[in-house]
Design a protein around this ligand. Sequence first.
Ligand SMILES: Cc1cc2nc3c(=O)[nH]c(=O)nc-3n(C[C@H](O)[C@H](O)[C@H](O)COP(=O)(O)O)c2cc1C
Length: 507
Amino acid sequence: MDLHTPVCDLLCCDVPIVLAGMGGVARSELVAAVTEAGGFGFLGMVRESPELITAEIEAVRARTARPFGVNLIPAATKPERLEAELRACLDGHVHAVTLFWDLSVETVKRLKGEGVLVVCQVGSLAEAMAAENAGADILIVQGLEAGGHVRGRVALRPLLTDVLSAVEAPVLAAGGLTDGRDLADVLRLGAQGAMFGTAFLATNESFAHDFHKRRIVDAAPGQTVHTQAFHINWPVGAYVRVLPNSVTRHERDGPFAPTRQVIGEDGERPIYLFSTDSPLRSMTGDLEAMALYAGEGAGRLAEILPAAERLRSIAAGARAALLTTTDGATPDEPLADAAENCEPSSPVCYASEADDAYMGFAPAAELVAELNVLLEAERAGARVAARIAADAPDRELKALAKVIHADEVRWCRALFGALGDLKAEPSTKVGDFFDKAMAIDGVEARLAFVNRGQGWVVRKLRTLVPRIRDPALHDVLGEMLRAHEVNIASANEALERRAAPAGSPPP
Ligand SMILES: Cc1cc2nc3c(=O)[nH]c(=O)nc-3n(C[C@H](O)[C@H](O)[C@H](O)COP(=O)(O)O)c2cc1C
């Protein structure tokens, strides 16, 4: 049975089996092996230097005469670096470029204008439609089951069905796919082919470290974790799918650790704990604690193979599966939906310029804005606590309100000082929390409202503290966070005790 679909004509390949442009992992050796075997390979070049991109393009050409592509991620790349990367792709006359993460309409148009085939990987129906409108020639629908950075929150099958009914562009499926049955399954659903990441990571030619390859073939089904734990180098809030390790088991310092910890090296480049770098052949260090990207199909991969052998086995398996169903036999079971064990963590980063945004730290302007918001809130909190202390009907409430007041004043001073250190103007406003609290009748109800306000401060600090580069400020805000947690607990305890009927046991 012929697996050839129209997308093969666009990509100039024999079978609709595409190698994902995995950053760091999909280098020239792997791309050439997949492409030469009849599939289509993308070089994973996110944030790489134009010199490396040019060298890798030449290295693929030295191994195969067939067309191949390059993967770039505009949202994770500084504009001047992206421009240099695009130039390297255009000067290198690559056949196609895949783009991922936030859609860059400008980049799609620019590449198309230069005659390059543009392929956009998307994680939702809305994104698929936007990419098609922007002019993408091929869409890759990425399901929640995917290894590496996961764009959306929908499992592959339902998302694929939705996208196929809404777009005209040829669609490839990605996420959790490992073998021929998977390829046959998505072809039956209407996709024109599939893109594989993890399955090609576990091959002889991939640039992943052997440790990573072994962890994949040793993985049990359903073992992957969807997490935000690996966050350095990538937009805040991004999820990745990885194999469990000491980081996802929370055995390492939490993201509240005061300083970035170096756990390895890639040449002269340090690899940080919680960074999105996955272990590569060129790396040394604590490989176990790095991001071990893997899709949900990892549990079904039993051995590390030559890439051409993996591709041939996927193609043969798909032909066999498609023939079986054409003969009227029972169709294959549907693809497993995304793992249940979703722990809601972040891409690969190879830039040498480690500025704040790149490292996942809050840039100065954002930090100033956040500190001012906190200052206004603390000022309001201090005033409300002072009023509660004045109006409190008994000693217990008075003492509690005084402690809260003294703390809020202390944090106002600390925030004021931090803003001064940043050469920023401290806000003089009082947060509107004050007026809202004063509109509440009754000292206890007001104290309960203060506690909710303190809870808001805690949530804000939990997000902000891991993103503070300066160790001194990191420690101050960490202490502020803990002090608020303690105050919340003691106020809650006092309020519960007072609410309990006389004679009932202490809460
Ligand atoms: C190790 C690894 C690195 C990845 N790096 C990138 C990348 O740099 N750019 C990109 O567009 N996708 C990247 N992805 C995601 C793939 O494009 C694709 O969505 C995913 O591999 C499909 O799921 P699978 O791994 O289960 O096959 C990466 C995936 C893995 C496993």
